[in-house]
Design a protein around this ligand. Sequence first.
Ligand code: OSB
Ligand code: MG
Length: 368
Amino acid sequence: MKINRVELREIQMPLVHPFETSFDKTTLRRIVLVRVDADGLTGWGEVTAGEAPLYSHETYETAWHVLREFLVPWALEKDWASPSELAARFRPIRGHNMAKAALENALWVIEAQQKGISLAKAVGGTLEEIPCGVSIGIQISIEVLLEKIAREVSAGYQRIKVKVKPGWDVNVLDRIRTEFPRISLMADANSAYTLADLDHLKQFDRFYLMMIEQPLGWDDIIDHARLQRELSTPICLDESIHSADDACKAIELGACKIINVKLGRVGGFTSARRLHEVCRAKNIPVWCGGMLESGIGRAHNVAMSSLPGFTLPGDVSASRRYWTEDIISPEVTVSARGTIRVPQTPGLGYEPDLNRIERVTTRKEQFS
Ligand code: OSB
Ligand code: MG
């Protein structure tokens, strides 16, 4: 694969509804897209970093810098035998996984086109339809949250994740369970607690949640292992896991029973596939997390979710929950059974809408 040209673009799109977590409230997404042209074909990738360094150290701006000064020039150096060879070239750079993933993942799309197979198949996917859940942010009142849950349940979504933080947790889960005793429910704390909250967190066990996601420190596995010994609710790690190695250590310590895999956080398809293999070998279920992606990142998530170890519903949901108009055609849609059909056509499986992308672009730069 000889890369002739790379284009970086920043796009800005307002979310249909603001998304509030324990660490931030997002209304406008600023997203860096990477377009790669190689061997007469085009592939797109998306940087899934946030606007501020609150979920991780990366932002769209740090990604722009690292791509522009390092990753893009390195990618233009030579002919790559595979996307994984490019991923290996990126390894000396410590961190910046979301920047790396955007460029590597674009190459997987090109490789899939060259082989005449779908992106899902190119990365090793087998499922033709993936189960979907939704992630619902913190709301202005419990009543508003209950209405939103009712809407998503009747739309068919297979599990509901709610964001929690101190002051918006046990009281909220208690009301949800009263109204919806039988739904598959989970909570994501995004590191809002510490071990000092142990007695408080033990109360979560009353709500027979599928899992509690990242209750403790964003870089911790030791305290999570201690907490897991005290909880019957399975712990799922998100922020703490950046590689297959991290997953091995967390599993060995007993820090989690489930792992949320995000392509950006782990640094691209090569790393995600390795992580998936490790978890499969150790019988740890994984599912695909979300980062409020545009259609490009969403399409990559659909492909990854088709790997056989992704047995739990992910946070990959319909485009219309985020955008008035997505940047791909068709948009990602979800069936009444709460599933997404995995595209079987060669490449990404969705067509990037170049006119729409141009309209929302706020800066661009090309390299060749
Ligand atoms: O912790 O999973 C998370 C969004 C931004 C940053 C972190 C997280 C999330 C979500 C939303 O939960 C998932 C989505 O709907 O894309
Ligand atoms: Mg999370």
